[in-house]
Structures are given as structure tokens and as C-alpha cells.
Design a protein around this ligand. Structure first.
Ligand code: SF4
Length: 287
């Protein structure tokens, strides 16, 4: 067992309980792991903060709608939202609990190239990042039971968990890429095996047309449920798309956003298999 020798090379098993993977990797705009590479404190705080926010805006569905609405406003929250006063308290609570997990959003936005100014993912603001963290937690609370009961469940794992590997042997599958389990310590393999243990078909997400993908799958599998593993902004967009299509969907964010889109080159990242296991109905002991 050991850490990585060179960033961007193979992922080895971690000695840390939260994530399988190496020590801390800093993301472009957020990093959920502590200095030991463990994201469990983030998950403890996001749950605690969601509970606190629910005391301000009772009802997970109502709070989720308010959080989404607030995340679309880049300036001051309009009082016409009706919940303006409570949402300001929500924002303060979320910022004070989770703000330290943001890593250079302002610097990233300041240095965004003109070619990316219209990219809504890359333009995600500090407030949006924080509200998206809350949105994922609330969404999972609301959609988890329906997802677990869905007759056919599939997962899309972000391609950036694997595509820095020159020797990755993933192959084209019926709808998306399939991991061929060539590397015992690869996070895509570990996540895929965990997902299969809970009856969820794992795919590596490569296509950009998720709407077309889901619509095709819905025609083949009327009881479709979706699980996503992606960076925070991409995961939120995927969860919103699933809700629009009437699909129960849950997700686990990558521990840090380090794909080529954010970093200019694809660098290694991790995901919490403990959280994935819990979301799937396990105890969090994914080994
Ligand atoms: S085939 Fe699977 S286990 Fe092998 S490197 Fe690619 S994603 Fe990892």
C-alpha cells in the first residue's frame, strides 16, 4: 500500500478510511479532503449544515427549491423571493461551515479565458459552489429511496477518474464506456465493483449528450434510476436534468475538480467510496 509517486499516474489504495486513493489533491475551485486526504469531515459538516438550514426553511423539498432559486442569482438575493431573509441566513450558515472547502474560486474566475466566458460550469461562482454542495445533500435525502427502489439502476462515473491513464483498457459499451477492471487500485474499478454489489450498472461517462442518453434509456427501462459521480457543478446539472425528466437520481461529488477542463490537463482525483457505499444502502464500510 502506498501513495502516488507522480501526480497523474496510477491510483493506489489509500490508508485513509474516507476515500480510496492518494493523499490530498487540490482542486481548481474546491477540495473536499483534509490534509490527510480524508473527506469525512466535509460530509459530517454538510449533513449538519443541511439540518441547521432545515430549521430556517423547514421541509427538504422547500429548502431545495429555495437553494436552487438562490443559486441562479449572482448579485444580491431579491426580496421578491419571499424567503429572502431566511435564505440570507442559509447562505451565512453554508458559507461559514463549508467555505473553507473552496480553493481559489475568485482566482479561477479572474483568470478565465475569453473562450470560456460563456461556459456556465466554468463560470460557477463562490455562492453557487456553496449552494450546490447543499443542493446535492438535499437532493440525495429526497431522491435516495426512489432511486434504491428503481427496477433498473445505472451509474455514470466521470471519465476524469480514469482518462489520464495511458494504459486504461476501458472499452465501448452498449451506451457508454465500460471499465475492464485492469488495475486493482483504480477508483473507477473500485467504484464499479461497489456499484455492482448493490445491483447498479456502472458506466464511465464519456458522452456530452446526457439528455439523449437518458431519454434512450428511459425507452428501454421504464423504471430507470441514475447515480452520478462528477465534479460539483456537473453533478448538480445532471441531477437537475434527471429531475426534469422525472428520473430518481442521486450523486457523490468528486473530492476535487481536476480534469483538463478545469486544470488545462487531466490530473488525478478521488471520490469517497464510503459515501457511495452509504448512499447505496451500505454501512460505509466499502471494503
Ligand atoms: S480499464 Fe478500468 S481499472 Fe483499468 S485503468 Fe481503465 S478505468 Fe481503471
Amino acid at each position: 500500500m502506498g501513495g502516488p509517486e507522480v501526480e497523474g499516474r496510477s491510483i493506489l489504495m489509500s490508508p485513509f478510511p474516507g476515500s480510496a486513493g492518494p493523499h490530498l489533491f487540490t482542486g481548481r475551485t474546491y477540495t473536499l479532503t483534509d490534509e490527510g486526504g480524508d473527506p469525512s469531515e466535509y460530509y459530517r459538516l454538510v449533513r449538519k449544515t443541511a439540518d441547521a438550514c432545515l430549521r430556517l426553511v423547514p421541509g427538504a423539498g422547500r429548502l431545495l427549491r429555495a437553494v436552487r432559486e438562490a443559486s441562479t442569482w449572482k448579485g444580491r438575493l431579491p426580496w421578491s423571493m419571499g424567503r429572502g431573509r431566511d435564505m440570507k441566513k442559509v447562505l451565512v450558515a453554508v458559507d461559514s461551515a463549508l467555505g473553507s472547502y473552496l480553493t481559489g474560486v475568485e482566482e479561477h474566475l479572474r483568470t478565465l479565458s475569453p473562450a470560456h466566458l460563456f461556459d456556465t460550469t466554468l463560470r460557477t461562482t463562490r455562492r453557487q459552489h456553496l449552494l450546490y454542495m447543499m443542493e446535492i445533500e438535499l437532493n440525495n435525502r429526497l431522491a435516495r429511496a426512489a432511486f434504491l427502489e428503481a427496477p433498473y439502476r445505472m451509474a455514470l462515473i466521470a471519465h476524469c477518474l480514469k482518462d489520464f491513464r495511458e494504459d486504461c483498457r476501458a472499452v465501448n459499451g452498449d451506451i457508454e464506456m465500460l471499465c475492464s477492471r485492469c488495475d486493482g487500485g483504480c477508483l473507477v474499478r473500485l467504484a464499479s465493483e461497489l456499484l455492482e454489489r448493490f445491483g447498479v450498472e456502472p458506466y464511465i461517462s464519456a458522452s456530452m449528450d446526457h439528455r439523449g442518453l437518458f431519454q434512450g434509456l428511459m425507452a428501454r427501462h421504464p423504471g430507470l434510476g441514475v447515480l452520478g459521480i462528477a465534479c460539483i457543478p456537473e453533478l448538480v446539472m445532471g441531477l437537475r436534468l434527471c429531475e426534469e425528466l422525472g428520473l430518481p437520481a442521486v450523486g457523490v461529488p468528486l473530492d476535487a475538480n481536476r480534469c483538463s477542463r478545469w486544470m488545462g490537463q487531466c490530473l488525478e482525483t478521488t471520490v469517497s467510496l464510503t459515501e457511495l457505499d452509504r448512499l447505496l444502502g451500505g454501512t460505509g464500510d466499502w471494503n
